[in-house]
Design a binder for this molecule. Structure first.
Ligand SMILES: Cc1ncc(COP(=O)(O)O)c(C=O)c1O
Ligand SMILES: N[C@@H](CCCC[NH3+])C(=O)O
Length: 463
């Protein structure tokens, strides 16, 4: 689309209504390294580049909207987690954040393991060559078919989530003449400081077996008696997008407390403890995430101190970061379609995607930032709401953000930190086609998940 002239009228550069947003940034053209992938910058013409390629070229070649993923950044983050935890611990990348065959290969090469939570994720992992013993299989309602495939494939562990599942997995494994390694997922009763929909360790919810009332201890008791199972550890995941380590500390203490009770009752010291994922990332400049090495040090010390106090051998720790690895690696590239100033309110900037490629704003009230990337601008900041093209007024991508007042149709804007839970939660709402994921590295770009086509849509419509 060619850039058209602005309609006459006020651009609200100096009108700032009351609302939930920070002050305009000092420099609208600056790219905060906290929220952008490592190789992102601007070239001499002011166009944003990533992996050595400018976004105008990416838009021309692959269209918009598109998720642009910085492969180097992904590898740097994956390696940082791997290195931080060292050889006495395991890092399982949580595939639910974003999974594709290329990602599985990168993980394999960087020495990470993989957490999957459905037959589809398992199939993707296996088809890209992840060794089954490095896969953990999660889920609160795995089907019999999914369990059978996982056991047959020889996954390293199945994380059991209910009393029924303990029996189901044991029977299936036994019928296949196998003994399946399992962890038991417990809820430790922590209220994680995050959005209600993504907190998972308080008792009133669907995941895990509560420690409270001795239920988790009973689950372990039953699992230890079943020949088809080898109980290797306890699992706890307290929620997602968490910055405060105190929730992990309480969780670790409670899990170690259970390990001690198990030792006292059964004379068995379980060799593993998984503290889940959930580490927060910066979506805006206001967020301050911790580095993997700080997290690894804190978690390792908490667990070993608690074990020393309980006179237990320190178990092997594992963690399952998803967002913290892939979240910052990608941005969504959109083309501006319309710019609609509303007097005294804000300016609505409509892009060619929306809630079908990023549901997180509508679902969790998530905050994002946005930047003009196809050029720089010296215009004053204008308070904007970036919205999509869906038939829904809640179709908001970025609730409050400042963009330059000369923003016009045809400009490219990008929303950073969309690598996690955007493509993986994308939908076809309004029969909008899901965008591609384009990986860039060292001046080369390649599609790792292609754009959906109308043919794809119609293929499923067999009526
Ligand atoms: C069991 C489990 N592990 C790991 C994760 C990954 O979480 P995150 O992407 O926030 O690190 C999740 C999602 O919240 C989860 O449910
Ligand atoms: N999908 C959520 C997090 C839940 C992760 C899985 N337990 C998000 O976008 O933040």
């Amino acid at each position: 689309m060619s850039r058209s002239a602005h309609p006459a009228g006020p651009r609200h550069a100096d009108v700032v209504p009351e609302g939930h947003y920070s002050a305009p940034p000092a420099d609208l053209n600056a790219l905060d390294t906290k929220v952008w992938a490592h190789t992102v910058g601007r070239d001499a013409d002011g166009v944003v580049t990533v992996g050595g390629i400018d976004v105008k070229r990416l838009a021309e070649e692959f269209g918009t909207p598109a998720y642009i993923l910085d492969e180097e950044d992904f590898r740097i983050r994956a390696r940082a987690w791997r290195t931080a935890f060292g050889h006495d611990a395991d890092v399982f990348y949580a595939g639910k954040a974003f999974l594709s065959r290329a990602v599985v290969r990168w993980l394999h090469e960087e020495g990470l393991n993989l957490d999957v939570c459905s037959g589809g994720e398992l199939a993707t992992a296996l088809s890209a060559g992840m060794p089954a013993e490095r896969i953990a299989f999660h889920g609160n309602n795995k089907s019999a078919g999914e369990i059978e495939r996982a056991v047959r494939a020889g996954v390293g562990r199945i994380v059991l989530d209910s009393f029924q599942e303990i029996v189901r997995v044991a029977h299936l494994a036994q019928s296949l003449g196998k003994r399946q390694q399992v962890q038991i997922r417990v809820t430790v009763g922590v209220e994680a400081h995050t959005h209600e929909f993504i907190a998972t360790a308080h008792e009133d919810q669907k995941f895990g077996i509560p420690l409270a009332g001795g239920q988790a201890a009973e689950a372990v008791r039953r699992a230890l008696q079943l020949d088809g199972l080898e109980v290797i550890g306890i699992h706890s995941h307290i929620g997602s997008q968490i910055f405060d380590m105190s929730g992990f500390e309480v969780a670790a203490h409670r899990v170690v407390g259970l390990l001690k009770d198990i030792r006292d009752e059964h004379g068995v010291e379980l060799p593993e403890i998984d503290l889940g994922g959930g580490l927060g990332i910066a979506y805006t400049s206001d967020d301050d995430p911790r580095e993997p090495h700080e997290i690894a040090k804190a978690l390792t010390e908490i667990v070993s101190r608690a074990c020393d106090a309980a006179r237990l051998r320190t178990p092997r720790i594992s963690v399952e970061p998803g967002r913290a690895i892939v979240g910052p690696t990608a941005f969504t590239l959109y083309e501006v379609g319309t710019v609609k100033p509303l007097d005294g309110l804000r300016t609505y900037v409509s892009v060619d995607g929306g809630m079908s490629d990023n549901i997180r704003t509508a679902l969790y009230d998530a905050e994002y930032s946005v930047a003009l990337v196809s050029r720089t601008s010296g215009a004053a900041p204008m308070l904007c709401r970036v919205v999509g093209k869906h038939c829904e007024s809640g179709d908001i991508v970025v609730k409050d953000a400042f963009l330059p007042a000369d923003l016009a149709p045809g400009d490219l804007i990008a929303v950073p930190a969309t690598g996690a839970y955007c493509r993986s939660m994308a939908s076809n709402y309004n029969h909008v086609l899901r965008p591609p994921v384009v990986a860039v590295r060292d001046g080369e770009a390649r599609v790792i998940v292609r754009r959906e086509t109308e043919e794809d849509l119609l293929r499923l419509d067999v009526g």
